[in-house]
Design a binder for this molecule. Sequence first.
Ligand code: ACO
Length: 695
Amino acid sequence: MHSLEPLFNPKSVAIVGASHHEGKIGNIVVRNIIASGYKGKVYLINPKGGEILGLPVYKSIDDIPEVDLSIIVVPAKIAVELAEKVAMKSKYIIVITSGFSEVGNIDGERKLVENAKKHGARILGPNVFGIFSAKAPINATFGPAEIKKGNIGVVSQSGALGIAMIGKAAEDNLGLSSIVSIGNKADLSEVEILSYLFQDKLTKVIFMYMEGLENGREFMEIVKKKPEEKKIIALKAGRSKAGARAVASHTGSLAGSDEIFDAAFRQAGIIRAYSLEDAFNWVATIASSPPPKGKNVVIITNGGGLGVVAADACEKYGLKLYDDIEMLKKTFEDVMPEFGSYKNPIDLTGQAGAREYELALKRAFEDENIHAILALYCERGDAELEALMNTLIKVHKEYKDKKPALYALFGGEGTSRIVAEMKKNRIPAFGEVEDAVSSLHALYKAYEKREEEKIEDVEMDEAGIEKIISNAINEGRNRLLSHEAKEILRLAGLDVPPFRLARNIDEAVKYAKEIGYPVAMKVVSEDILHKTDVGGVVLNIDNEEEAIDAYELIMKNSRMHVPKARIEGVEISKMLPKGTETIIGSTTDASFGKVLMFGLGGIYVEVLKDVSFRIAPVSKKEAERMVREIDSYPILAGIRGEKRKDIKAIIESIYRIGILVDKFEEIAELDINPLIVYEKGAKVVDARILIKVEK
Ligand code: ACO
């Protein structure tokens, strides 16, 4: 039995602060519990005693036996005072009361949890609207009394929105397995709730409304354990930008919390919606549709225009229109008028009514080569709408388990009425073509196969890396010098062309010769951040004479611009031929920990911000998805006669960086900028590493 069973399926509940006054929250909760047909024992607590809604009232929590669940609906101060006593009697406590950390009362919230934990009780909330669970069944919320049962689990961080969702679900006739308000998450968070819903037989689709996460890593861990058949749609609000905090790397400046959430969702197989409308459409579709068995989509329409709109939308969402005209002809031959078109979209033409739709839909449902149906209808202003509505509902009900079928009916009041009626029958029907297509896309995404991708350890010189890091920490430096950063990457197994730190002019000449001309020379100083800006970089040095000139110039420039700079010397490295510049980076997110970034260098990263993120470490498959995801991917894949770049080498580099930053907690930020990619190989040219120094 799951440890949260007493919360979702309590055998007994106590309402602390049950109110005698109709309309007050403490009264509504009692009314809803009774109205939901709850079969367990209900104890009402209020010092005034008496009776509420026909149930006896106990004057103190001391007077009742132990219960699975208590619901606290007294003001914050009293809630904190009572928490310990309530905890002695309960396994779980839902604290509906507001006025805690959300208004700065952090101390009160801490005490509340401490008091409860003393006696092993767990808290949901505070600042929540309660819980509905179809399993019990129990509606212990102060929202609407009637909640339809079904297979959708809702987890909401916002209370008000959660209550509104109950209303919206009722309007769309969506059935809920549970709805949980997690509020301030002082104790229980979405992580525990998800772990319950994953094993709950009633729940098929989980809809999460999220604002923030403190425990991103734990969240990722639990979502990784999601059973294949459960699907998650998330709506994440609050798009904060990274600019608010001080960051010293490209990666850090591009990694806003929203980008990180996006990456985490992709990695975890969570489908992200950006509007409530989309979220509800997608949840409804997934909740009521079987999985598609293949990619072939067929559009059936009575209007060419609507068909084209749908076909365009399918292209936008990457849905495949079934295009075997011979087969389509066979399937739809006896439905089509002479002048109809067999090219998908199947255009039944304007004269098509209930009978034609019935036949066409049946053919599409019965044809094994067709895997999903988009049926569209343009209102014609005739009297056949009633018949059409009945037909669509009848045929859908008969075949609905065979394959997904979604409907978009466009027009006026008549079609709106059909859509509403179809929704009442839990059929995915929409007034907009785009909504139907995006919902079908969400359904396909939900059933995308996700194989377990292993992250196997790679060999790297960990002792060598540790030595460089601890040396910097001992010296109180949080910024590694360029040659140190490059050395770490070399030890981690990346391809770093030869480089040396020269501490004087003689060494500079010697090392340049050893490495082989042409070389590049860069000043190495902890105090000089922007080497190029101070004239601290000379490229394409071809011989000894040029090397001497370059050394002297770099020293002069550096001393002139940053007189007090402590200069370690210059870094001599091999000049590399031109290739495609990319950037790999890592930063530390407050919630998700180490994250990875990939993009093309130069304007692609700086102006277009065309980058992809993931939570580190990543599998090679995930690294590949990161590379393919950026808009400028065609540049790497080879366009306009250019040869394909060594994408495998990029993937290997990302993979190793993921493992490196995961292993070495101290690496707070890292930029490889650029990593030059060739037709064969990818080489590190410049690198920056910031380490966490405990002050
Ligand atoms: N033990 C038990 N009952 C008590 C005790 C006690 N020690 N002391 C008082 N009570 C009773 C009161 O007598 C009262 O009952 P009555 O109406 O029969 O007299 C009942 O408990 C409630 O106490 P009140 O002082 O009347 O408090 P009120 O009902 O006004 O407010 C509440 C309590 C609802 C918890 C309020 O403090 C609150 O937090 N409201 C916001 C709730 C909220 O919005 N939560 C977030 C949800 S999500 C969203 O945003 C929509």
